[in-house]
Design a binder for this molecule. Structure first.
Ligand code: SF4
Length: 175
């Protein structure tokens, strides 16, 4: 059973902090720690034996979204790992849109272009955050450890721009 904090608990913080405390408005949700890339800097230990995550099922996700809606969450950022490696990701995105959340998709971008129609059929997203680590394939592919990734990211960005979905680019700084 997944437990979501009772919204009334947040008001108790006023007694401790002396100021009004709003309940959470936004959630960043790691749907999986699996990924199709191999970034050296990966913070979730994707695809390694250090991985301890037990993914929630679609049914469990639906229950959690329902609880989030009830306590006033407005925005959900779907993250990972790489969220698009989940077989049920399109159903999850559609569900989030049905609940009326502002959905942000946080992705490495490599699986999006070929699935852009499916993504749009699910209602798309408020915005998509994509990792682009260099303006050329040589350094980007070296950083993420998979040849051909940069080209797929560029294709994903192009598809999103054509669909008029806001794109936010993330990059790591390195020397
Ligand atoms: S894309 Fe993200 S989750 Fe995947 S290996 Fe790179 S940092 Fe880790």
């Amino acid at each position: 059973m997944i437990k979501i904090p009772d919204i009334s608990e947040y008001s108790k913080l006023r007694n401790i902090l002396g100021v009004d405390v709003l309940p959470p408005q936004e959630v960043t949700w790691e749907l999986t720690d699996a990924c199709n890339l191999k970034c050296e800097f990966c913070s979730v230990a994707a695809n390694t034996t250090n991985s301890q995550m037990k993914e929630l099922t679609y049914s469990e996700i639906k229950n959690v979204m329902n609880s989030m809606k009830n306590i006033g969450i407005k925005s959900i950022a779907l993250s990972g790992g790489e969220p698009l490696v989940r077989d049920d990701i399109w159903d999850i995105i559609a569900l989030g849109n049905e609940f009326g959340f502002d959905i942000t998709l946080m992705t490495n971008g490599t699986l999006l272009s070929k699935n852009i129609n499916r993504f749009l059929q699910c209602g798309g997203a408020h915005s998509v955050q994509i990792s682009l680590h260099a303006p050329n394939p040589k350094y980007h592919d070296q950083i993420v450890g998979v040849h051909g990734s940069w080209k797929k990211v560029i294709e994903a960005i192009t598809s999103l721009v054509e669909a008029k979905i806001p794109v936010i680019l993330y990059t790591v700084l390195y020397s």
